[in-house]
Design a protein around this ligand. Structure first.
Ligand SMILES: [Zn+2]
Length: 130
């Protein structure tokens, strides 16, 4: 159970159409199109749906995959992971633990020391610059 429970109508009223499509309908933005793909300003990446702290800019790196990539979440409890078997692939979906919003996927091909690549949609994030 997530802490924040809102009706789809409430989410629709609060989010932009692109944010709604990604966070609530598990959409994916087009590669290399997102606001934060090439952003490396120091700061905190928060959930665009609820404002929870998700990632720190220190773990962000240029993976070349077309979406913002992080090697670790800000805190283990900040995100939930679920197995996703859609589109004929077995992937691990990453969700905001606070509101259940879809963020992206995590892949085991990231840099040391975690070896994880959190591949996250820009539209699911809000950067709070330092
Ligand atoms: Zn959230």
């Amino acid at each position: 159970m997530t802490k924040i429970q809102k009706s789809e109508q409430e989410w629709r009223a609060e989010l932009t159409p692109e944010q709604y499509r990604i966070l609530r309908e598990k959409g994916t933005e087009a590669p290399f199109s997102g606001e934060y793909d090439f952003t490396f300003e120091p700061g905190t990446y928060r959930c665009a749906g609820c404002g929870a702290e998700l990632f720190d800019s220190q773990t962000k790196y240029d993976s070349g995959c077309g979406w913002p990539a992080f090697s670790a979440p800000a805190a283990e409890e900040a995100i939930d992971a679920e197995t996703d078997v859609s589109h004929g692939m077995v992937r691990t979906e990453v969700l905001c633990a606070n509101c259940g919003g879809h963020l992206g996927h995590v892949f085991p091909d990231g840099p040391a020391p975690t070896g994880q690549r959190y591949c996250i949609n820009s539209a699911a994030l809000k950067l709070e610059e330092e």
